[in-house]
Design a protein around this ligand. Structure first.
Ligand code: IMP
Length: 200
């Protein structure tokens, strides 16, 4: 097994990524288990750059190969906002309730057919032993409702309708979300890329 550090403080994410990369022979370790308190700065303008930045910081702090990801919501009627600022859309600290309230306000009066949006995720692998970072992206298309529905998920999930299911991300089982999510798409694509090169 190859030890790979995950540049995230969210242990649920580490488990989720482990399931998505199950066959690569990686032993995933959260950053705080090997280099507690490492700063993971993500202030770049794109998801891809932020994913690479987080993985690079984790690799530099530990000397281990590292995985990083960055994700958020792009709303077409808002020119792609909140985008890379999704977590802190309504200001610091991150507050899902305030973010959702701000999003509904920003979309007030926008008709259903113009409320299209997508979750996006970039997943990156950085190897301190050399080689260029490998980064892949995934997306999940949806529509922003006028009122929240459902109690599951997190973030913008109660407002994010998946049209093919007629349900919000907060109304579907976690296993189903993990099948169709932006994060799953990004890590599956990264998995395929690493099979073709680094992981070999
Ligand atoms: P990060 O990629 O962990 O930095 O997450 C960025 C932010 O994007 C989160 O705080 C949420 O606001 C939003 N976000 C990313 N993925 C999801 C998701 O699957 N559901 C709901 N919100 C999400």
């Amino acid at each position: 097994m190859r030890r790979v550090v995950v540049a995230s403080r969210n242990r649920h994410k580490v488990v989720e990524i482990g399931a998505l990369l199950a066959d690569l022979g990686f032993e995933l370790v959260p950053i705080d288990d090997v280099a507690p308190g490492t700063a993971l700065v993500e202030d770049d303008p794109t998801f891809e750059e932020n994913a690479i930045a987080k993985a690079t910081q984790a690799a530099a702090a530990t000397g281990l190969p590292a995985l990083g990801d960055d994700s958020g919501l792009e709303v077409d009627a808002l020119g792609g906002a909140p985008g890379v600022r999704s977590a802190r859309y309504a200001g610091d600290p991150c507050d899902d309730g305030r973010n959702n309230t701000k999003l509904l306000g920003a979309l007030a009066g926008v008709p259903a057919e113009l409320r299209t949006a997508r979750y996006r995720c970039a997943a990156a692998f950085v190897d301190p032993a050399g080689g260029a970072p490998v980064v892949r992206s995934g997306a999940c298309e949806g529509v922003i409702l006028e009122a929240p529905r459902g109690a599951g998920g997190f973030g913008y999930d109660p407002l994010f309708l998946v049209p093919s299911l007629g349900k919000t991300m907060a109304e579907i089982e976690l296993s189903e979300k993990n099948r169709l999510s932006h994060r799953a798409a990004a890590f599956r694509a990264l998995d395929a890329a690493l099979r073709g090169s680094h992981a070999g």
